[in-house]
Every structure is written in C-alpha cells, then in structure tokens.
Design a protein around this ligand. Sequence first.
Ligand code: ADP
Ligand code: MG
Ligand code: MG
Length: 928
Amino acid sequence: MVRSKTKRSKVKAKARRAAKDSKYVYSFGGGKAEGTAKMKELLGGKGANLAEMAGLGLPVPPGFTITTEVCTYYYDHGRKYPKTLQASVEKNLGRVESILGAKFGDAKNPLLVSVRSGARSSMPGMMETILNVGLNDTTREGLIAKTGNPRFVYDAQRRLIQMYSDVVMEKAAGIEPEDGKGIRQQLEHELRKLKEARGVHEDTELSADDLRGLIETYKKKVLDVLGKPFPEDPMDQLWGGIGAVFQSWNGRRAIEYRRIEKIPDEWGTAVNVQSMVFGNMGDTSATGVGFTRDPSTGRKIFYGEWLPNAQGEDVVAGIRTPLPINEAGKNDHTRALASLETAMPNAYRHLEKIQQRLEKHYRDMLDIEFTIQEERLWMLQCRVGKRNGVAAVKMAVDMKKEKLISKKEAILRVSPSALVQVLLPMLDPKAEQATSPIAKGLPAGPGGAYGRIALTADEAAEIVEKSTGEDAKVILVREETSPEDVHGMHAAQAILTAKGGMTSHAALVARGWGKCCIVGCDAIEIDLAAGTIQVGEKELKRGDWISLNGTDGKVYAGKLPLVAPNLEANREYGSLMGWADDFRRLGVRANADTPEDAKRARAFGAAGIGLFRTEHMFYGEGSEEPLGKLRRMIVSSTEAERRAALDELFVNVKADVKATLEEMEGQPVTIRLLDPPLHEFVPKSEDKLRELASDVGIGLDDLKRRADSLHETNPMMGHRGVRLGVSYPEVTEMQVRAILEATAELLRAGKKAHPEIMIPVVSTAAELAHQYAIIERVYGEVAKKTGVKKIPHLVGTMIEVPRAALLAGDIAKQAQFFSFGTNDLTQMTFGFSRDDTGSFLPDYIASKLLPEDPFSSLDESGVGELVKIAIERGRKTKPDLKIGICGEHGGDPRSVEFCHRAGLDYVSCSPFRVPIARLAAAHAALAK
Ligand code: ADP
Ligand code: MG
Ligand code: MG
C-alpha cells in the first residue's frame, strides 16, 4: 500500500517536472538545428523542414519554432501560455541576434522577424503569416542607415501595418467586418488611391516619399477603423503575432478547411519566428516558389515562379503576374517573360543545386520557397509537394526507374483516391477540335469539366444545393480565389481564375482535391455587378455553360461532352498497376450487368464479375420487351399463368446471361437471382396499366386488384430476394435453367464459362437448402437436354441479413461461396433505410455522432464485426469457402483495406473503381 502510494506520488512529481521543463521552443539556423524533418507533430511541417534544411547546412535565415504543444496548452488553459514560454522565446531571440549581429528593437541595427504559422500538414493560405515584425518609426531609421535604401524600408513598414492590422488587430480579435470593409481592403484602397494620384500601375513605381506618406495614412486609418493605434513596441508586435497564429488555428477558414480535409482539431499549429531576408531590396532581389518536378504533369523539370523586387506573398497572391523560373518551364503564355535563370544566373544555379540536393535527400518531389536578397539566396520553406493524380503516378514510376525509391514505395506514393484523377473524364477531343477555345490559361488541375458560370462562391454553393442533375453543375469563375471561397470551390465542378499562377490559392486547393482548374486566364474580364464575363469580343453571363480542359488550360464557351481517358497510352499507369498486382493478395472483380460493362471491367483489370444483377434487363434502354414479360409474370394469379409468362422471359434472361459469360471468357461471373420486391415493376400510370390488362387478357379493375395485393408497407424488408424463390419456385427454376443452358451452350461451342449462382437476402440455412434442391433438379434436366455432362458452376449466397452472418456456420453447409452485400447489411445492421438517409444522416455526420456515411465507407466496428463473425463461422464449416464483397464498399479504399485484413478472397466494385481497388489492395498488403 505504502509503497505503491510513494510510487504514485513519484510519478506525479515527475509529470510536474516534465511539464515545467517542457521544451517549448526549438532553434534553427547558423549551420545547425535542434529539430529534424521527423518532428512534424511537435514542430509543424514548416518548422520541422526549416530545421532539416538548416541541419543540412543550407542557407536558412536563423529563427526558432514554438511547438504545437503550446497551441494545445493555450486552448486548454483559457488562451494562456505556459509560464516558461516568455523566457524561452527571449533566450532564442537572443541566439538569433548574436548569429546576425543585430538586435530586435534596436534603433541602430534592428533585427526584423517574420511570425509564421505551421500546422502538421500544410493548410495553404488558411493560417496567417506576418512579415517585417520589429519595424517602427525608430527602428526604420536604423535600417535606412544600414541599407541606404529608404524606399525598401518604407515599403516593408507599410506591408507590416497592412498584414498586422488585418491578421492581429482584426481577424485574431474576432472582428468580422462587412464584405469589402475589412481593414486590409481599406488600406489597399488607400494604396490604389495613391497609385492613381501618381498615375502609376505597379507598387514598385511609388517613390520613397510616397510610401512614407502612405505609412502615416495607414496608421490613421487603423486607428479610425479599429479604434486602436498600431503597436510601435517591437515586443508587442512579436507577441501579438504569436497570439494571432494560435488564434488563427480556430479561425473560421481554418476550421472549414480542416473539416473538408479531415484534419483533427487537436493537432494545433506551431509558430515559427524567423529573421527576415528581403526580396524587395531592388532589382537584384527577388522572391519565388518552385517544385522539384512539375506538379501538374509529373515531368522531371525544376518548375517554379518568381518576381523581382518583391516580398513573399506577392508571388502566390496573384497581385503581380509571376515569371517563369527557368527556360524549360516556359509555356505559350510565358515565352516572352524573363526567367530567373537568365536574369540572375548565379543565384539560379545555386537554387538549382539546392533543389536537386533536397529532392535526393527527401526522395520525393518538394515544394520550396526562397528569397534572394541582393543576389544572395535564402531558403524559406520546403515540404513534400502536392500533386495531382496524373503527376503522382508519373513521378512514382520515374523515381523508381531512377532508383530513388523502391517498387513498394512507388506503389505507396500514389494514394488510391488520387488514382481517380488518372481515370478522370476529359473533354471529348473531337468536340474540342470542332470548336476553338475562347481563352487559354494555366493548366492547374487536370481533367475536363463543364458547368454553368457562377461568379461568387456563395452563388456556386447555392446553385449546387438547390438544383439536381446537370443543372447542379457549376464552374466557379473568379478574379482569383481566397480561403473565403473554399465552400464554393468545393461545390463547383471546376475552377477558373483570371489571375494567379500555378502556385496560387486556387491552383493549390484544386490540386489537393483533384479538381479540374485553370488559373491565370487573363483574357477574361469579370464584371460582378453586371454578372458577366467578357472574353475579347465575346460576352458570357452567369448561368451560361462553359467547358474547361484543365489538362491543357483551354476554356470553351458552351457544353462540350466528356469522355473517358486513354489508359492504354499511359505507360506509367500500366507499370504502376502491374506492380500493384504483384503485391496484392485480394482479388478484384467488378459489378457489371451487361456485356459492355463486363468488357469495360476487364479493360480496367477486373478478374471476374462479383455481381451480375438479373433485374438489370428490366431497367433503362431496351427494357420494354423483357419488362412486359416480367409484368405479365408478376400479375399472374395462377402457377400456369406464371409459367407461361416465365417461359417467354426465359429467352431474354438466357441471352443476357450468355452474352456476359461469353465476354468474360471463363472468368467467374456471380449471377444474383432476382432480388427486388416485385411491386417495383408494376406500372404506375393508368395508360400502362390498361395496356398490361389487355396484354394479360383481364379487366383493368381485376389487374388493379392484383397489383394492389403486391403492395407492401416496407418493401425493402418484404417480399424480395430468396423469399420470391420460396413463394414462386418456378421463378428460381427459370433463372437457373437460363444460366445453366447458356453455360452448356458456350461449352459446346468450345468456349469457357463459369457462372456462380448467388441467392440473395438469405437468413436461414433452410431457405438455401430449399433453393438448392431446385437448382439440383434443374441441373440434371439441363445436363440431360444439352448432353453436357459437367456444367461448371458454384452455388452460394449473399450475406446481407445480420442473421445470416450470425448463422454463417450453418449456411456454409449449403453454400460454396459467400458474398457480403454490405449495402443491405449496413441498412439492416443500423436499421437505417438506405433510401431515406438523406433526412438524418447529414445531421449525424455534422454532430460527429458518426465519423462518416456508413454506406460509403464500411462501418468497421459494427457491420465489420458481423463480417468477421460470418467469415470465421463460415470457414470453420468449410475451410475453402470462397468469400467476397459486392456492396458499394468494394471500391472504397478504406473498406478494401478492411477486407484484406478480414481475410476476404476478393472485392467487387463498379468497373470504374476497379483500378482504385487494385491499388488499395496492394496498399493493404504492403501496410503489414
Ligand atoms: P504560408 O504557410 O502561407 O506559405 P509562410 O509562412 O510560408 O506562409 O509565409 C508567407 C510568405 O512570406 C512566403 O512566401 C515566405 O517565403 C515569406 N516569408 C516568411 N518568412 C520570411 C522571412 N523570414 N524572410 C522573408 N520572407 C519570408
Ligand atoms: Mg509558405
Ligand atoms: Mg441486397
């Protein structure tokens, strides 16, 4: 007793000590660093990578990182910092001062810093960064004396006031001004007014005196609008900046972004305080961003954009049109512009070496930020770069061939969901050739899209919410996008911006989501008030159709058709999928109901059909004839009537099954016997009813009576699946005869066929035995009739009723295979009607009562438990029982991963998702 008590108090004391000694600040720069790239959880992505670069000896302006733990502490303790933080920050600031020989707040030799946010995973544009912290009317004189460049110093100061008043004094203070009335806009308005008065276009054309005057105007405006003076004390500025970064973690934009990207709220952000370097000191200074490979195509060229005499945000903000970083990266638009390669060859060569070294070091494509101060290069950020799916596949395969990464790594580099983009529809090339684009922009997100023009994010979101089908397709057309537009960007089919480059907000966000996107399309002039966009002579209105080719950057008026991509021509895709197939254990089949679907499924790499629904022939095109026969069968009142109708239907079922079996050339085809409640097929309109009555040869009233008798209160749990075959054994008989005869005939013709007969909605072994007896009898009859002694086939069942999962041991005695129908299994396990979830499920997701829609991603803890039970009990009875899944979940990467772990033999999904399932299955196998 006593001992354990001492032990406990010792542990407590240790925890207290740990909390007190906690290291909240990590330094970097001056040739070394306390952190590394591996410490992203603690230092955030930006801080960890700054540390890594500094550790590699690259030129990184010295600074320090305040950890994400401080953010967590801050929110857990009523927005207060740990006690030791202030001292640690001051100590680390001192270290930076001594490296640089300058002093924060010093009147003669002032140090300036940036305050930068940095979450674990990048949240482009979501968090706040403040530059030039430490400038005031006193320190600026020191800096002017030191640099001899008053214009630059005034420019830096006016930027500080602009950023600080916006980020710290307005946003972090929770002030939400009306649209267009924010302090940032008001200050920008002052800047515009000044430029107009001086008759100049670019900020860079303003004189030092202009800017000094502007600073005074800004300060007055800040006091006027926000009721507080801009803080002159550098320490106040620093702590204000740090607080604002932490505050921004819980800003509206950041929360929205985390919701969409599924980033946990608990992660928190780190804060980086870093000494400033200046890209705005004149024409020998510059700033820019780059990618070690082209993020939209995957091509192995150093790709990037830069601006001379500019500071950080300028390149990404789309205020000035950025220039291409090198000659190789130029396109039709940028041909005539000056590249960094030619403008500052020395700095460029240094940068080029560093980017190569970083890519080798990280063994991945990186996104980097740099600044050149008077010809001298400084690295400000690096991180693994976002890329679209097409580029991801190419880079992974190329890097494997360059021996930078292994085959396994190459597979794991491409997320199954990113693969969707490779399979993405594109504008029909024939349609593109037949017309000409109205404008060209930069291809920021591949694939094709069409939609109606929406000019604001709210408008886009509203149209999508209020319309259905084709009408709900919009293209968001903006001057440029900002984090406030995220909801509209999400709702839109595609995004088109008039300004901005490949690293603009729109491009980054679209790339992250795999959305079609064109940026920097400067031929477009948007008139928000008139609701129009002007492209040369042509005028389009909001609501008009436009089409985008995001792979080439072409914009078309009108609605161009979309077509599937040419996968055969994509060699990297072929290699990657081949490698994935070598590593996966799970088989992948497709759900296909027609020979055309079957063909598509095989082209996507399916090894069989996991679900062929016989009822398909009664829906859609060409269904009139078989549907008429089915209807006659349904409203029959005697077995003789029913048999007569079934005899006619037999011809259609057999032809349908035969064509699909033939297409699959001996690969297994799981054919499900008729599943839906019959009432679904009874005509609704008076006309059709009358037609059917005369067809059957009975009166309309009589027919209505028969139809009404089929009506069910809860048809999803009514007379469907095996229950039909129990009431009407002749229905089962007809289908089985059609399947076996089709198979026998194919064999006789020297072809291969392998059907698997699947009985749906089974809940007892007795039901299955009942059906099995029919199948056995029909088998004998068909063998005799066709003279084929051995007709290959399996008989199995769907497991989609919880009772069947629980009694799988019994059921397995009668079944040669199981296939989990997880749509129905989810419906019946939750008791959620599949067709009615729209009214409540969104509330569940919003209130976090459920992590996500269990109909799109398998509910592992509930439904998954039933799956595991069924597998265990089924295989106990029959160790070689073949087990698959044929619900929608078969194409969902997370569910595929579960199926692998649970020991299924195969998954089956829609043809289009087959490649995704193949890759997901390889990921699952490699994850072990
Ligand atoms: P984000 O997370 O939005 O990329 P950053 O913290 O990277 O924000 O900062 C925004 C811009 O400011 C970047 O272009 C960056 O290069 C620039 N910047 C940040 N810190 C400094 C610094 N110490 N010196 C010069 N430029 C900086
Ligand atoms: Mg950055
Ligand atoms: Mg079902």
